[in-house]
Design a protein around this ligand. Structure first.
Ligand SMILES: Cc1ncc(COP(=O)(O)O)c(C=O)c1O
Length: 368
């Protein structure tokens, strides 16, 4: 049986049991709360892992890009939320193709102009598209204000014969800038209330909102407890990473994803790994919130801080003497799992260091 230590480097490693345990944590939470689980697949980009999530009870998946949805649909996944604003006629034609395949599609909306674009393209088809209103719960990216603005948009959706309103959702991505666990909790509470209060306001006006969906890895357990929330959409929690550990959301030993790297240089004050920005990526978390040290954590080597990356080199500065020597291999927990996965063709899936399987990163590079 192949051991991971004999693999070429850099390789993307996935610890099977940690993956299952992380997956179980999300599904158990959803079951306990009596709500649905619709994981964001931007983290793993893998049909195989999406299918494991569905087998564990997920009602469907979330994607950011249409191309990700297309890959997942080709992999047999039927229920997909594209949590991204779509107005361009060319892109809407691609939504229609997904509807033709029988996909139960839902698309984010947050303005009346895009409703008109969607309606116009759909009029040439037999389909009615389900849309979910995105509310801004503090990330200040996309989304209408919760409450009255959501009601105005909900009423506008009702005037479009080719659109049907299926839900209201939000994503508290600003939780990544939180400095304390208490701050994360406050953001999570606000996230849940923003969605539920918007739904209640709509229902007062006679507009039914069946789905009230929240989710980010730091906040889903707080937002998902709010009465009236019906769905969570965590993505990163399937793997976790050094940023999540730095935020206090998890611990490093629960991170399922790591990079196998080799030592290609040893100097008196530093070692060089064969993993630079092409594999470890340059993320250090939310702007202004440095909860991580360096560009990834070298397992079992606290004496090393990966202080600098160039494309193919990771410069590990020595805080103390190291036992590492040329050609030694190490596992590095990346800062941000989602971006690192996008750099690789495949996962080497292992059980305690023994290679079990190789899984494709199917939706790698899907940017459109
Ligand atoms: C709309 C939406 N939902 C859910 C998520 C998942 O967030 P996380 O990876 O923090 O769990 C994201 C992440 O960007 C998102 O944009």
């Amino acid at each position: 049986m192949t051991e991971i230590i004999s693999l070429d480097t850099p390789s993307l490693l996935l610890d099977y049991h940690k993956l299952l345990s992380n997956l179980n944590e999300m599904t158990s939470f959803a079951k306990e709360q009596g709500i649905s689980y619709r994981p964001h697949i931007k983290t793993h980009k893998s049909i195989k892992i999406a299918q494991l999530q569905l087998q564990a009870g997920a009602v469907g998946i979330t994607t950011a890009k249409i191309s990700e949805a297309e890959v997942m649909a080709a992999g047999g996944i039927k229920d997909i939320l594209i949590a991204y604003p779509i107005s361009s006629p060319d892109k809407i034609k691609r939504l229609v193709k997904l509807l033709e395949l029988g996909i139960q599609l839902k698309v984010s909306v947050d303005n009346t102009e895009s409703l008109s674009f969607l309606q116009k393209e759909l009029e040439h088809t037999p389909f009615i598209l389900e849309v979910w209103i995105k509310v801004n719960s503090g990330l200040n990216r996309c989304g209408v204000d919760p409450g009255k603005e959501a009601v105005i948009l909900a009423k506008a959706v009702m005037t479009h014969s080719r659109l049907k309103l299926g839900g209201i959702f939000t994503h508290a991505g600003h939780s990544y800038a939180a400095k304390t666990k208490e701050e994360i909790e406050t953001i999570g509470l606000h996230e849940g209330h923003a969605v539920v209060e918007s739904a209640i306001e709509c229902e007062k006006e006679g507009i039914s909102i069946p789905v009230r969906s929240v989710g980010s890895t730091p906040t889903y357990k707080t937002a998902g407890r709010i009465n009236g929330v019906t769905e969570i959409r965590p993505g990163n929690a399937v793997f976790f990473d050094a940023i999540q550990a730095g935020l206090g959301v998890t611990s490093i030993d629960r991170c399922a994803l790591s990079l196998l790297a080799s030592v290609v240089g040893v100097y008196k004050d530093r070692v060089i790994f064969d993993s630079g920005s092409k594999s470890l990526c340059l993320d250090k978390g939310a702007h202004g919130n440095q909860t991580v040290t360096g560009f990834g954590q070298v397992i079992g080597h606290p004496e090393i801080v990966i202080e600098r990356l160039s494309e193919e080199h990771g410069v590990g500065v020595l805080l103390e003497a190291t036992t590492l020597k040329l050609n030694d291999k190490v596992q590095i927990i990346p800062n941000h799992a989602c971006t690192v996965v996008n750099q690789f063709e495949e996962y080497v899936v292992h059980d305690n260091g023994r290679v079990m399987d190789v899984w494709k990163v199917d939706a790698r590079g899907m940017v459109t």
